[in-house]
Ligand binder design. Sequence first.
Ligand code: AMP
Length: 170
Amino acid sequence: MDLRKFIRDVPDFPKKGIIFKDITPLLLNGQAFRFAVKEMLRPYDGERIDKILAVEARGFIFGAPMAYERGCGLIIARKKGKLPWKTVQASYSLEYGEASVEIHQDSIGKGDRILIVDDLIATGGTARALASLVEAQGGKVVGFSFLVELTFLKGREALGNYRVETIIKY
Ligand code: AMP
């Protein structure tokens, strides 16, 4: 299935010069959504994964059904100030701004094998911050899974030796 036709380009959102990759047409198509979730998991079929870490907000959309499908735990990484319990956080720069992300400090056990999930990798800043959070908590990053990769922003390079799997490349 060609998922590319379900991604809508929205120019100049949220800022002039950014072409926003809108995934909502894909979510509207049940078959495409299901296929996307399965494809995002498939490269990790043979790997032990204890928990999936999904990033607010669009990462949740894919990370939650992936965790359900695998029968593993789900860690939600949220923007600063949203989580109710004690947190650990990391700051990073975005293609269009600055942000901080945090997880509950008890969400990762020592040696936990974690798959990090988001809808899209741009510069890789978000992903790198999440990997550092996982490792600071004693977890092991098995890899990353993204639906969309903006190859021209070289996020994959920013992630060095980590395993990076993506479905749709621009
Ligand atoms: P980055 O940290 O630069 O890899 O940015 C990735 C995060 O920003 C992801 O959570 C994406 O959802 C969002 N993002 C960045 N650029 C875009 C874009 N052009 N279209 C849609 N989402 C984007």
